[in-house]
Design a protein around this ligand. Sequence first.
Ligand SMILES: [Zn+2]
Length: 142
Amino acid sequence: MDSDRRCHAVKADGSRCGVVAGVSAATGLCRMHDPAVAAEVAAARARGRSNRQPRPAGAVVRTVPAADIPFGGEPKTLDEAAALSGWIIQAILTGKVDARTGREAVLAVNGLKGVLATRDLATHKLAQLKADLLEELRGNTA
Ligand SMILES: [Zn+2]
């Protein structure tokens, strides 16, 4: 690897950043460490915040109590999260919750689905590794 194409920034722990992707030829810094890029990113973030639409005055807010939501609104498995998604769709379409509340709920459930899927995959891989290791150990002692 050409060391000149790696980021030259020194991290807080004293080690070199060393990131390869996105390193500017002019500065020798990655996007994370280039002050000009950092300023652009900060400005874009500020614009994003100012573009966020506040709930219009007088907008109807309709929510439902946690006891009325499947799994109390806290699904623990991917199947439960999928079932909750279906319930949210129905709640939006039938007006049990307002559109904005529904949209936020969909975003949250989708985020949770990603986390649960990653957790399940990691658990599955770990179980497979354990099984493989056991098989190998048994093979070595037989
Ligand atoms: Zn860097």
